[in-house]
Design a protein around this ligand. Structure first.
Ligand SMILES: Cc1ncc(COP(=O)(O)O)c(C=O)c1O
Length: 328
């Protein structure tokens, strides 16, 4: 799915909250020409029963973002906790009562021509109402891309670096034009790496297998969550090892994971059925667990979530009791 920005949406830009329509960068901005930015993707899920919006592991997302900014030597002075607070306030200012996607972007902002970056950095945070990224209810048909995954020694895939997403855009465009729902990248060694915007897992001989983080993949936070859920809740053995392309054709189950896609079943690869082309029981189980965990339905995983509105109520209560105690 695409999410277009309403110009009245409140965004965080230049250290202030302002309408999207007023947040503008110059045509000579370094990142616009050379891709020298680092972004993040964070989801917040709306739970109708509790009338609450839960941001999923925002502090970890911001920690990853700050580390990745370090790869490009982009400075973000705020701590991950401060950035989380800014983000929760941003969602409150927009009064979101629906699923939301948050897009932080830090970038080289000097306005001049020349590839070598200056030390002028800026960042913005945009939060948008956002539904399903891929329509995966019936399972996806994925195709192995003719484009190889970028190598760590060229542009680190773990970095969420803007310029690197040309690689994902090429693969995604090719996949859709070839009639697939999503692309699967092989890396330069010919092993399975990941999707264009998501990590990949396969079930083979009773084990859940995913490529290790050294195979030119993004170190996904959903990947990490799914590994924990599969081990703790389903008692599955999770193995990180290289995956051959042909294993995709003989495995029992296959699915993508990511902030945007969630847990998305793959039922066909390169015109071959994954087992019987039905969504498998393990994929269904993990999908449900992830859904419940991200909506605050599983008490074990509440520490993954930052409630958007309750945190304000709690702050307001703290403030009221402080004011009360001072007045008393
Ligand atoms: C290339 C790529 N791989 C994997 C992922 C999944 O990572 P996460 O689960 O942290 O969203 C993403 C999404 O951000 C991505 O862009």
């Amino acid at each position: 799915m695409r999410a277009d920005g309403d110009p009245n949406l409140i965004v965080y830009f230049g250290g202030q909250y302002m309408p999207l329509g007023e947040a503008r960068v110059g045509i000579l901005t370094h990142a616009l020409h050379y891709g020298t930015g680092v972004f993040e993707g964070i989801r917040a899920h709306w739970d109708e029963a509790r009338q609450e919006l839960f941001a999923m592991r925002p502090v970890e997302h911001y920690e990853r973002w700050k580390q990745n900014c370090g790869i490009l030597r982009i400075a973000v002075p705020q701590s991950a906790e401060e950035l989380t607070e800014i983000t929760l306030e941003l969602m409150r200012r927009n009064s979101f009562h629906t699923n939301v996607y948050v897009r932080p972007l830090a970038y080289k902002c000097a306005e001049r021509v020349g590839v070598s970056p200056d030390d002028e950095d800026a960042f913005a945070i945009v939060a948008l109402p956002f539904g399903d990224y891929l329509h995966a209810e019936k399972g996806l048909h994925a195709g192995v891309s003719s484009w190889r995954r970028i190598d760590d020694n060229a542009i680190p895939a773990r970095g969420k670096i803007c310029g690197a997403y040309v690689n994902s855009a090429l693969a995604s465009d090719e996949a859709r034009r070839c009639g697939f729902d999503e692309a699967i990248f092989l890396n330069e060694s010919g092993h399975v790496a990941e999707g264009a915007t998501c990590n990949i897992f396969m079930l083979r001989k009773g084990k859940l297998v995913t490529p290790p983080v050294t195979e030119n993949v993004l170190e996904g936070i959903t990947r990490d969550a799914v590994m924990e859920l599969a081990q703790r809740e389903l008692g599955l053995l999770v193995v990180e090892r290289p995956i051959d392309r042909s294993e995709l054709y003989v495995c029992d189950e296959l699915f993508f994971t990511g902030t945007a896609v969630g847990v998305a079943p793959i039922v066909r690869v390169d015109h071959r059925p994954v087992k019987d082309a039905e969504i498998g029981a393990v994929t269904r189980g993990i999908h449900q667990l992830y859904f419940d965990a991200t909506r605050g339905h599983l008490s074990t995983y509440l520490n993954w979530l930052a409630p958007v509105y309750q945190s304000r109520t709690t702050q307001q209560q703290d403030l009221n009791s402080l004011v009360g105690s001072i007045a008393g």
